[in-house]
Each structure stands twice: as structure tokens, then as C-alpha cells.
Design a protein around this ligand. Structure first.
Ligand code: FAD
Ligand code: DHB
Length: 393
């Protein structure tokens, strides 16, 4: 079997790459370890930057996104029991959109299948070979048969736990990493959202975020211990904690209760490998970097990597050589590090750090006050939140 670009992983990164390449007349094969149902039902991120919305719209994937997505023009930061609105649109002229990652994934899979292009689910034993040569190969098992896929280039879009990053010889990659002493307990509930905009709350009991998936589906997160056992969190305990962290000075909570449909704990980590390339293997998305979820940069960053990589591959196949592919890692990493900085900063601003001394505590509150009262500081938050301009090379 032969293709131009072998893509490992059918998350947002791999699927979008295949979609952009197809539109540029470049062939690819996507290999995915899980079933279609599994990847379509995996609940993860939900907030799309305007640049992410724009690329999906421009490439024919905007119909359901604009019908069902919820555009947002501001967010609320809540501390000391008081809400402060950050007017994202007024400050930047840009919006964000609530539309679940799994909905983006469903739209991309539907488009790929409608194009009749190869997307293989439940592939096993994926291994990469000859990455230093001009004809790298992928071996895998599918439907009981061993297959070899010859490629010009391999895109490693297989997420944080994938095999592509591990296929790079020891000593090549430099790893930058930070673990956080907390995690998020996330719920999906059949309840209206707490408010028409997202609420990020800093509270003595810990951070809480009230977001949504639709006007009848609320998504909420609360800061918890990294090793937290979901079983220890009854529905009543979750609602009580959300009310406590979201309440205003009069004790009124904006949270509306309803049946909890799903619960899960998400670890918090910052992680980057450099370079995002080895020979003919290019890493993109979570395979190369992870951000803590505060500020919702994870999926948007995967999309930005892919735009840069797709343009570089298009230049390569149009006979313009390797220059943009050679620049891919450095170009992508400039944005990755700015998103890392922002996600780390939003996380530090809003979470409860056990062991923080009273001075650090006061500095955190002063920073929140500054962000909400200074036009310059509000703009700094807003321009990062809606997504910095895309640099492609
Ligand atoms: P992934 O979506 O991880 O896709 C990788 C794909 O590769 C998967 O389908 C996987 O099955 C497949 N794969 C893995 N190994 C192999 C293999 N050996 N062979 C073939 N296929 C393989 N971000 C936010 O911004 N906000 C959030 O609220 C948020 N919540 C999250 C909650 C959870 C539980 C997790 C795990 C992540 C969350 N993220 C969030 C991050 C965001 O979802 C990711 O940044 C995004 O999914 C990255 O897309 P990706 O395509 O790079 O990787
Ligand atoms: C969502 C998640 C985030 O981490 C965030 O900062 C905003 C929204 C969400 O799942 O909707």
C-alpha cells in the first residue's frame, strides 16, 4: 500500500490534516487505534477560537457548526463573590464558539467518508520505520491482516499516549514539562447553563468553571486532587461544591441542577517536545504538546499546528521544496509556547495552591483585580483567549 502522507491518529489533528490535504489534491491514509464510535463519543474540549471556526467554515465544515454552535462575546471572571465581565469582542473584535470537540470530529469523519478517502479504525500494532529516509513506512495490523504503508511523509497525530513521539530515537527530543498539584473533575449535566457566558471562578475551596454544550446541556469543572476518585463524588456533593464556589456575596449560586450524564477527572500538565519533527516524521497536536485546560487551548493548538503543516506539505507537493517543512517545527513552536504561557498563567491565576503563603494569596487576588480593572490587562487576556494571529511560516 502506498500514499503520500501517512497519518497516525483520527483526533481533530489527524482528521483536519487529511481534510486540508484532500482539498489540496494530496493523498493520505488515516490510521486510528480506536473504533469510530469511541472517537465520536469521547467528550473533551468545547471551546473553539475564531481562527478554528474560520478554517472549518472556509473548508466546507461550517454548516452544523454555525447552526448548533454557540458564539460567545465575553467571559466572566468571578472572585470574592463578585463577577467581572471581560468583553472579548469589544476588546478584540473576535469571538469564540462553544461546539464540542466530538462534534468537530463527527463532522470531519463524515466529510472524509463522503470523499471516499481511506480512514481505518481499530488498527493495531502501528509501528514507524525508516524515518530518516525519503520513503518512511508504517506497519500495522487491520482486520487480522499485516499491512505495510509506504509514504513520503508521516504525520504523528496520535495524541499524548501515541507511538509516534516514542518512535523518535532517544536523545533527539528535548522535553519541557510541568505537573500541577491538582486536576479537574468534569461533569456533563442535562441542565441549562449557569449563565449565557462562561464563568471562571476563583474560590478559597478551589477553582470552578461553568460552561456548556448547548442551551440544555451544562458542562462544569471543579478543581480536585490529582488522584481524585470519581466514585467519591456523589451528584449531591458535586452540586454542593459547584454552588459553594460559584455563589455571589449574597450566597446566590447561578448553577442550575439536572441529571448528571457523565463524570471524569482530567489531569493537568504542561508538556512540550522540541523539535516537533524527526526526519520525515512531523508531530502535531497532543503528540507534541499538552496544556492544562484552563483557557481551552488544547484543541485549538492542534488545529493551528495542522494549518502550518498542511501549508508546508502543499508547498512541498507543488514543487517548492522542503523549506516550509524544514521551518514547520520552529513556526509551530512559536505559537505553542505562547499558548503554554497563557494556559499556565490562567491556571496560576485561578486555582487554589495548597501551601501558598498569605503573600502569594494576596498577589493572586491583586492580579485578578488588575486583569479586570485595567484595559491593558483585560486586552492581554482577551487577545490570548480568542486566539493570537496565526503565523504560517
Ligand atoms: P487526540 O484527540 O488525542 O487524538 C489522537 C488520536 O490518536 C486518538 O483518536 C487516539 O485514539 C489515536 N491514537 C493513539 N495512539 C494510536 C496508535 N498507536 N495508532 C493509531 N491511533 C492512535 N482541551 C481543551 O482545550 N479544553 C478541554 O476542556 C479539554 N478537555 C480535555 C479532556 C480530556 C479527558 C483530554 C484527554 C483532553 C482534553 N483537552 C481539552 C485537550 C484536547 O482534547 C486535545 O488537545 C485534543 O484532543 C488534541 O487533538 P489531537 O488530535 O492532537 O489528539
Ligand atoms: C471548556 C473547557 C475549558 O477548559 C475552558 O477554558 C473553556 C471551556 C469547555 O469544555 O467548554
Amino acid at each position: 500500500m502506498r500514499t503520500q502522507v501517512g497519518i497516525v491518529g483520527a483526533g481533530p489533528a489527524g482528521l483536519l490534516l487529511a481534510h486540508l490535504l484532500h482539498r489540496a489534491g494530496i493523498e493520505s491514509v488515516i490510521l486510528e487505534a480506536k473504533s469510530r464510535q469511541h472517537v465520536e463519543e469521547r467528550i473533551r474540549a468545547g471551546l473553539l477560537e475564531q481562527g478554528t471556526v474560520d478554517i472549518l467554515t472556509e473548508t466546507g465544515l461550517g454548516d452544523r457548526l454555525h447552526r448548533e454552535g454557540l458564539p460567545h462575546e465575553g467571559i466572566e471572571l468571578r472572585f470574592d463573590g463578585q463577577g467581572h465581565r471581560i468583553d472579548l469582542h469589544g476588546l478584540t473584535g473576535r469571538r469564540v464558539m462553544i461546539y464540542g470537540q466530538q462534534e468537530v470530529v463527527k463532522d470531519l469523519i463524515a466529510a472524509r467518508l463522503a470523499q471516499g478517502r481511506p480512514l481505518l479504525f481499530e488498527v493495531e500494532e502501528v509501528a514507524l520505520h525508516d524515518l530518516d529516509s525519503d520513503c518512511p513506512r508504517i506497519t500495522f495490523r487491520h482486520g487480522g491482516a499485516e499491512t505495510m504503508l509506504h509514504c513520503d511523509v508521516i504525520a504523528g497525530c496520535d495524541g499524548f499516549h501515541g507511538i509516534c513521539r516514542e518512535a523518535i530515537p532517544a536523545g533527539v527530543l528535548k522535553i519541557y514539562e510541568r505537573a500541577y498539584p491538582f486536576a479537574w473533575l468534569g461533569i456533563l449535566a442535562a441542565a441549562p447553563p449557569a449563565s449565557h457566558e462562561l464563568i471562571y471562578a476563583r474560590h478559597e475551596r478551589g477553582f470552578a468553571l461553568a460552561t456548556m454544550r448547548s442551551n440544555t446541556l451544562a458542562r462544569h469543572y471543579i478543581q480536585c486532587r490529582p488522584e481524585e476518585d470519581v466514585a467519591a463524588w456523589s451528584d449531591d456533593r458535586i452540586w454542593a461544591e459547584l454552588h459553594a464556589r460559584m455563589a455571589d456575596r449574597d450566597g446566590h449560586s447561578p448553577i442550575k441542577e439536572g441529571p448528571i450524564l457523565q463524570k471524569g477527572v482530567t489531569a493537568m500538565r504542561s508538556f512540550v517536545v522540541e523539535p516537533m519533527r524527526h526526519g520525515r516524521l512531523f508531530l502535531a497536536g497532543d503528540a507534541a504538546h499538552i496544556v492544562p485546560p484552563t483557557g481551552a487551548k488544547g484543541m485549538n493548538l492542534a488545529v493551528a499546528d495542522i494549518i502550518v503543516l498542511a501549508r508546508a506539505l502543499e508547498a512541498f507537493y507543488r514543487g517548492r521544496g522542503m523549506a516550509l517543512l524544514d521551518a514547520y517545527s520552529a513556526t509551530a513552536l512559536r505559537r505553542v509556547w505562547k499558548a503554554q504561557r497563557f494556559s499556565w498563567w490562567m491556571t496560576s491565576l485561578l486555582h487554589r495552591f495548597d501551601g501558598a503563603d498569605p503573600f502569594e494569596h494576596k498577589v493572586q487576588l491583586a492580579e485578578l483585580d488588575y486583569v479586570c480593572s485595567s484595559a491593558a490587562a483585560s486586552l492581554t487576556l482577551a487577545e490570548n483567549y480568542v486566539g493570537l494571529p496565526l503565523e504560517t511560516g
